[in-house]
Design a protein around this ligand. Structure first.
Ligand code: SAH
Length: 517
């Protein structure tokens, strides 16, 4: 077919050559005063016959060529009739200015998205994510407050615990203190203060490097401001793109994007803390149907019912937004009618086998990946390292539908204002404990109130209250914070927050996990 086309082209150019040679002559000696031919028109130097012949040759060749090329279906003739997907925005704008735009466009293109993809973008999208664009713990404008921010005594207790582990493991001289999701850096600050104090007391040497796994550049700056000397230890970035600085106690601090960036080094004791980190990891949602597990996906359509529970009626929304506005969601959770690639996930664990039809569950696969990395950082042979996971969550139960939005100190639907609302889930502690028990020794989960009391929070509070005997207001604050951290009623944190520890296989029980006999 190709040689055919070439042959026709050759004969086409012969006709052109003849015509061209004449027009060149015409250009060299242009008629001074062109005479009009018939009807007042000037036909140039071609006779009408010559012109029509040439035009005919050209038309025949083009038709021939077109037939050769177009096959059975001529796309050019059918332009506009061919389905195009996605449709262009009729307003002509396809710019993404926020996460709402991004989700609308993504859902238009790919169909509903998985809940975990929605949560991941909401929390850590580089330009519009909740954590990546603000300091949610800001005392004035923040959306929530955490235990380390309520009282420095919380971090002191964690520091003392790490010190007891260091002692139990025979004072390894090289320590890496790793924190996942350090927020403002307050917990690390208080941990270091008390840990360093006790190290000094026993007169041993400890070389401590700090690794902070933090997705947010905004929060990295806050952590640097708190932990480092702003004037003398700048926030720097190395050749591989990793941020680093030096703490005010002289420790090297490295900031890491994910758990994959943590390197395993021999003879280093890795002491790992994760406080309110696991609750910020994306979950997938599933519902059991007569035909097996189906995934809950996020849809953008007002015709779909929002299956997320409504705000409890006693929640007050103090801000300018009315409660109705906060329930009027743009996105909705809906059940995928068919299997999705993730439908297999619930079948991989025997925990979900016996659940009845209509059961709804949340599974956090990312939590399992982070957990496995933490476990790998323990050295079972040399008996080095420890992990302390602190979070709110459930024990001996499966989270069903715990995803919630937190906005200006209120619970709201997770499907409003994507990127402006914090999202959080109940941590599935039983799953974390059972998975890690295959590779190391696990202790807990136990209630926060019990753990803090066993570590001696009562004595420390007593000390502080005595120290502030001239400042009754301060004494009251110290006492109220203590109650908030340890009480077990619904408004306090003593029961709903849990402590889970992982230690090298065969380790003896650490402080905090059972009452002394
Ligand atoms: N531990 C702190 C902050 C809890 S808020 C405290 O208790 O005060 C959650 C923290 O985890 C924030 O620092 C947030 O930026 C970080 N974070 C959330 N998702 C993350 C991810 N996928 N990778 C790394 N850091 C993350």
């Amino acid at each position: 077919m190709f040689s055919n086309i070439l042959r026709h082209r050759t004969s086409l150019s012969v006709s052109y050559r003849r015509a061209l040679s004449r027009s060149v002559i015409r250009l060299n000696t242009p008629p001074k005063d062109p005479k009009a031919h018939e009807n007042g028109l000037y036909y140039g130097q071609f006779t009408k016959e010559e012109y029509e012949n040439a035009a005919n040759v050209v038309k025949q060749q083009i038709d021939k060529l077109e037939n050769e090329i177009k096959g059975d279906f001529n796309i050019r003739e059918n332009l506009g009739k061919v389905p195009q997907f996605p449709q262009r925005d009729p307003s002509g704008s396809t710019k993404v200015n926020n996460l709402t735009d991004l989700f609308i466009q993504t859902i238009k293109t790919t169909g509903p998205i998985s809940l975990s993809a929605y949560i991941r973008q909401c929390l850590t999208h580089p330009d519009f994510g909740y954590y990546t664009t603000r300091n949610p713990l800001d005392l004035r404008s923040g959306d929530f407050i955490t235990s380390p921010e309520i009282s420095s005594v919380f971090g002191e207790m964690v520091g003392i615990w790490l010190f007891t582990i260091w002692q139990q493991q025979n004072y390894p001289p090289s320590i890496r203190l790793i924190e996942f999701g350090p927020g403002r850096g307050t917990l690390m600050y208080d941990v270091l203060k008390s840990f360093n104090l006790f190290v000094k007391k026993v007169g041993k040497k400890a070389d401590v490097e700090i690794n902070l796994v933090e997705a947010s550049k905004v929060l990295r700056r806050e952590q640097w401001k708190l932990l480092c000397d702003e004037a003398n230890t700048p926030f720097e970035t190395d050749a591989n793109g990793f941020d680093f600085s030096t703490s005010q106690w002289g420790n090297t601090i490295r900031w890491l994007d994910t758990e994959k960036d943590i390197k395993k080094e021999n003879d280093v004791a890795n002491y790992i803390i994760a406080h309110e980190f696991f609750d910020a990891l994306p979950v997938k949602g599933f519902k059991k149907t007569d035909n097996g597990w189906r995934e809950l996906v996020v849809e953008h359509s007002s015709s779909v019912n929002n299956t997320q529970p409504k705000l409890p009626s006693n929640e007050s929304v103090s801000s300018e937004e009315s409660k109705d506005a906060l329930l009027n969601t743009e996105f909705h959770l809906t059940l995928s009618p068919k299997e999705t690639p993730s439908s297999i996930i619930p079948t991989l664990s025997s925990r979900f086998n016996d659940l009845p039809v209509d059961s709804r569950i949340e599974i956090c696969t990312e939590a399992e990946l982070y957990l496995m990395k933490m476990v790998q950082l323990l050295d079972n042979i040399k008996q080095l390292g420890a992990v302390l996971i602190i979070d709110y969550g459930v024990v001996d139960a499966i989270p069903e539908s715990s995803l919630r939005g937190i906005y200006k100190h209120n619970f709201v639907s997770p499907f409003i204002k994507p990127g402006d609302v914090d999202l959080s889930v109940d941590v599935d502690f039983t799953n974390l404990q059972q998975l890690s028990a295959r590779f190391c020794s696990t202790f807990g989960p136990v209630d926060q109130g019990d753990w803090l009391h066993r570590l001696g929070i009562g004595h420390r509070i007593d000390q502080l209250i005595k120290k502030n005997s001239d400042y009754p207001e301060e004494q009251d604050k110290i006492y109220q914070s203590y109650r908030r951290l340890t009480d077990k009623d619904e408004k306090s944190m003593g029961k709903v927050y849990k402590f889970l520890a992982l230690l090298p296989s065969g380790s003896k029980e650490p402080a905090g996990f059972s009452d002394p006999l």
